[in-house]
Design a protein around this ligand. Structure first.
Ligand code: SF4
Length: 317
């Protein structure tokens, strides 16, 4: 039994759990090829035109798996805690795919709505495993191993690494510390992000992303807005940005956003205004399927140079 996992959206946040779970259930896990021009073009061809680039990409990754696997795993990600849901595009993803892609008949749609923690997660795993006639004990073992693999993935992030990009640790003594906020499926997809994080590290910066800030710290900033945002990933981005702004633990913030992203119209504006008030250097990078390397390189180099000059000036004063 081959199960296909599209390398897009939820994959970048939860892949160690998803991959390990299916593997330990005895299935062959096939992850779609890394994003490339062909994958993007395939997605753009079928997705609705006003979809954001991560959703178009998901279409491309599903098409990349068609004909190669028995099932394609498509989560309908509703919520993983009691305070927020995922963006509506996550909620409607399976419907969008079925309507847009011809002959998509082997989708394994799984609705994920977890509000009561690990017990509910295990019950969901049990429900999926039963579809493949797997017994309770095998599922329990697969679930435990999937959890362990997910926890060690989080640990790697917290130790300053960025596992989806193959970065195991960074040089903490770098002269520039940069907060790079954005959704995991944008930041950690090398192709669509034009390897922005690796470029910054190559310029000598130490990069901190939302996944590198512990959840307990992010939760402290939950009350910063009069009204909480509705969307899980947006809350994570905004709380991380507030952490950077309030503690001043970074020299500047870069917000990486997708063209056409509804939630980011709010998130980006809030970070921009708060950064302005606190005189924190701030840059927005908007990505879409047409974004070119040269423009991004110039903007990143100029931003890092400006931060270095600012630090030197502050040191003289
Ligand atoms: S949060 Fe934005 S980028 Fe992510 S799926 Fe929703 S609209 Fe697209």
């Amino acid at each position: 039994m081959k199960i296909g996992i599209p390398r897009a959206l939820a994959y970048f946040a939860y892949y160690p759990f998803i991959n390990t779970f299916f593997e330990k259930l005895g299935m062959e896990v096939v992850v779609s090829d890394p994003t490339s021009k062909e994958v993007i073009d395939a997605g753009v061809e079928d997705a609705v035109t006003d979809a954001c680039v991560p959703v178009k990409l998901f279409h491309g990754h599903v098409k990349n798996l068609m004909g190669r696997v028995d099932y394609i795993f498509v989560p309908r990600l509703v919520r993983v805690n009691s305070e927020a849901t995922f963006c509506p595009k996550f909620l409607g993803l399976p419907d969008m795919l079925v309507c847009s892609i011809d002959n998509l008949t082997n989708m394994l749609e799984v609705r994920i709505e977890i509000i009561k923690g690990k017990r509910q997660l295990f019950l969901k795993c049990l429900e999926v495993a039963r579809r493949f006639n797997k017994n309770f004990f095998m599922t329990w073992k697969a679930y435990r191993q999937a959890l362990r693999s997910f926890e060690s993935h989080i640990m790697q992030f917290l130790q300053g690494g960025i596992p989806p990009l193959g970065i195991l640790s960074q040089d903490k003594s770098s002269d520039i510390k940069l907060g790079v906020v954005g959704y995991p499926y944008l930041l950690y997809d090398s192709y669509v992000s034009l390897d922005l994080i690796k470029k910054l590290i190559g310029m000598g910066a130490y990069v901190v992303t939302p996944e590198m800030v512990p959840e307990e710290i992010k939760k402290r900033y939950a009350g910063k807005l009069r009204k909480m945002l509705f969307w899980t990933f947006s809350n994570s981005v905004l709380r991380t940005a507030f952490h950077f702004l309030e503690t001043g633990c970074v020299d500047g913030i870069i917000h990486v956003t997708a063209f056409g992203c509804g939630p980011d119209f709010i998130v980006d504006k809030v970070i921009e205004l708060e950064a302005k008030e606190r005189k924190m250097p701030f840059l927005t990078i908007t990505l879409d399927e047409h974004t070119g390397q040269e423009g991004i390189n110039t903007r990143l180099e100029a931003f890092v140079d400006m931060l270095r000059r600012r630090k030197r000036k502050e040191a003289v004063i």
